[in-house]
Ligand binder design. Structure first.
Ligand code: XCC
Length: 639
């Protein structure tokens, strides 16, 4: 709990958001133990795990490296154990992103064959990308979409000795050169995952440096397949984000409608349910049950995907509830009828909360299962039209059993979403020059992507928000993806009016363009969109990404996808701040490589700093140094 005197909540200030503190008070009164309680139950946490020096790979273990025992029973050093654990974390992330990509590619093929309720939404992007990968882009759209999906699927399945074409086609030339020199240009992501898991088995690869390079390869495969590949196909299928107006926070919940929560990362089921929910058939069914209509609420990254492509309207999409940490509190309002759990971040605690209410939990992806949850409607592109109706019907049934104990916090904020390279170009009049000029002239000192998860370890959203506010105050444009997007939406930073909190230069740019100082790029997979934006800026300026006044901060990173993302950012040449100390500090070698030595190889490095103010100052210092090196005058003045 935060040591804070200003919170009105009797149970204290665990979250940066009043709505969540109020809901925590409610769950405490109900005797329902939630994530903040379990976090406290776990204290103090294991120092060996925290520093990455616990090895549980074989039955000799667990081995823990200590001053007394400097090696595991097999002889592995702390450096080997830490590097091996890191590869395994990144492998999980790479695998999960690949699952997402495969679902989208399969859906494009089924859509092109006319078997889904979707249609190719961005034919222009389809033709552009198809042309880049060497397809005849004058073919009919459906034929071309099938061919492009097949190219992506075959790229995924390439051997690790066959370099990914997507890296060669889309990476800045200077990056490619750096990666070739290091020998880390990856092959197909599935082969890279196989190699990484093989290498990190007991006593196969025990060289910490080679294991770190393996993490870099994996992360590049993830970056160009799971991130950039996924967002590209998703844009083609669902539409490239354009500026939208929306709302966020628990206060958006309507007590009179059937309420369906779209929860996860893969927005296919959510999009189909949203479409189907507007049909007369479903509306009539909801009304017959006593509801005024049906609303679909965004949660976590699936919600961000919806928000990037939909306005909040009277019916249909209701806005974004929040990020992963609040899932139990959504249920605890008593007004969530059905939660559709796609991949990933549905916590087991959600079931404990749902058991106290009428809320129905349904897993909607074949890889998602939760103890005690018996309803599974596993997404199949060819069946999704029927599956969507089935889900809505289940929600209406659950609505009939809704209790009277309902508490909805009053807080909500308007938010603007839908930023992408394309929508920014649109706002700028067709080319990046106005943005680049603002950077060169110092009105915008730099750009920082504040991305990734949130967690209880360093405060629900508080670190991320502190960093964002400090950066915009110093004329640094912030772009967000993942759970950090929800943090900013709820804190009203994604409104043009938030420009008042920015420094004079950024404020003037935001006001001229009518945009917020914190731009929503979407879900965590949209970190790929940030890679595309940085590539476009670097290419426009004719420099390497590592030379730009650009950085990344994952101030509250949580899980394995974020590990792969973080290593991708470092490989991309960017300073990458991590809030929670990653489990590497037990190895002096790995720590030194990631925080220092790697800069001479990739241009990027990890900055570990748990104090958000200090982290912001270090990032500002980095931006200043990059501006100086580029010969751009007017360095950032820390206010
Ligand atoms: Fe999960 Fe995406 Fe992380 Fe949030 S940001 S905790 S992965 S919901 Ni992706």
């Amino acid at each position: 709990m935060k040591d804070c005197q200003s919170c009105s909540s009797a149970t204290g200030c665990y979250s940066a958001h009043d709505s969540i503190n109020e809901m925590y008070e409610r769950t405490t009164d109900m005797g329902l133990r939630t994530i903040f309680d379990r976090h406290e139950d776990q204290q103090p946490q294991c120092g060996f795990g925290m520093t990455g020096v616990c090895c549980q790979l074989c039955s000799h273990g667990p081995c823990r490296v200590t001053a007394k025992a400097s090696r595991g029973i097999c002889g592995a050093t702390a450096d080997t154990i830490v590097a091996r654990n890191l590869v395994r974390l990144a492998s999980h992330g790479a695998a999960a992103y690949s699952h997402h990509l495969e679902e989208i590619a399969k859906t494009i093929k089924a859509t092109a064959a006319g078997k889904t309720p979707f249609k190719i939404a961005d034919e222009g992007k389809l033709r552009e990308i198809a042309g880049v990968v060497g397809l005849d882009n004058t073919k009919p759209a459906n034929e071309l979409a099938t061919e492009l999906a097949d190219v992506i699927l075959s790229e995924m399945r390439k051997g690790s000795d066959e370099p990914l074409a997507l890296v060669k086609l889309f990476a800045p030339a200077t990056r490619l050169e750096a990666w070739e020199k290091l020998g880390v240009v990856p092959g197909g992501v599935l082969s890279e995952v196989r190699d990484a898991m093989t290498k990190s088995m007991t006593s196969i690869n025990t060289d910490p440096v080679d294991l770190l390079l393996t993490s870099v390869r994996l992360s590049l495969a993830t970056g160009y397949m799971g991130l950039i590949g996924t967002i590209t196909l998703q844009d083609i299928l669902l539409g490239t984000p354009q500026i939208t107006k929306s709302e966020a926070d628990l206060g958006i919940i309507n007590t009179e409608t059937v309420n369906i929560v779209a929860h996860g990362h893969v927005p296919l089921v959510a999009t189909a349910v949203l479409q189907a929910s507007q049909s007369e058939e479903m509306q009539e069914l909801a009304k017959a049950a006593g509801a005024t209509g049906i609303k679909v609420y965004g949660s976590m990254c699936t919600g961000q995907e919806l928000m990037q492509r939909q306005e909040t309207t009277a019916g249909g999409f209701a806005g974004q509830l929040g990020n992963w940490l609040i899932q139990e509190y959504i249920v605890a309002t008593g007004a969530a009828d059905l939660v559709m759990m796609d991949m990933n971040c549905s916590t087991p605690g959600l079931k404990t909360a749902a058991d106290r209410f009428h809320t129905k939990l349904v897993s909607v992806d074949r890889v998602v299962r939760m103890e005690g949850v018996t309803d599974h409607i596993d997404y199949e592109p060819e069946k999704i039209a029927e599956q969507a109706k089935e889900l809505i019907t289940m929600a209406i049934e659950a609505f009939k059993h809704r209790g009277t104990d309902i508490v909805i916090p009053t807080h909500k904020s308007a938010a603007v979403g839908g930023f992408s390279v394309e929508s920014i170009l649109g706002a700028l009049g067709g080319n990046l020059d106005p943005l680049l000029d603002a950077v060169k002239q110092g009105a915008i000192k730099g750009i920082v992507a504040v991305v990734g998860c949130t967690n209880t370890r360093n405060g629900h959203d508080s670190q991320g928000l502190t960093i964002m506010k400090e950066l915009i105050k110093n004329d640094i444009l912030v772009i967000t993806a993942g759970c950090m997007s929800s943090a900013a939406q709820i804190d009203a930073l994604m409104l043009p009016e938030a420009a008042e909190q920015a420094g004079a230069g950024l404020q003037a740019v935001c006001k001229a363009l009518g945009v917020p100082p914190v731009l929503n790029f979407g879900s965590c997979v949209d970190i790929g969109r940030i890679g595309v934006a940085v590539t476009a800026i670097a290419n426009a300026l004719g420099v390497d990404p590592s030379q730009l006044p650009v950085a990344v901060s994952a101030p509250e990173y949580l899980e394995q996808k974020a590990v792969a993302d973080g290593i991708f950012a470092v490989a991309f040449g960017l300073l990458t701040h991590l809030g929670p100390v990653p489990p590497v500090t037990g190895s002096p070698l790995v720590t030194k490589i990631l925080t220092q030595d790697i800069e001479s190889l990739t241009g990027g490095r990890v900055l570990v700093e748990e104090d958000p103010q200090k982290a912001a100052q270090a990032i500002i210092g980095h931006i200043e140094a990059k501006r100086r090196a580029l010969g751009i005058e007017q360095p950032v003045l820390t206010r």
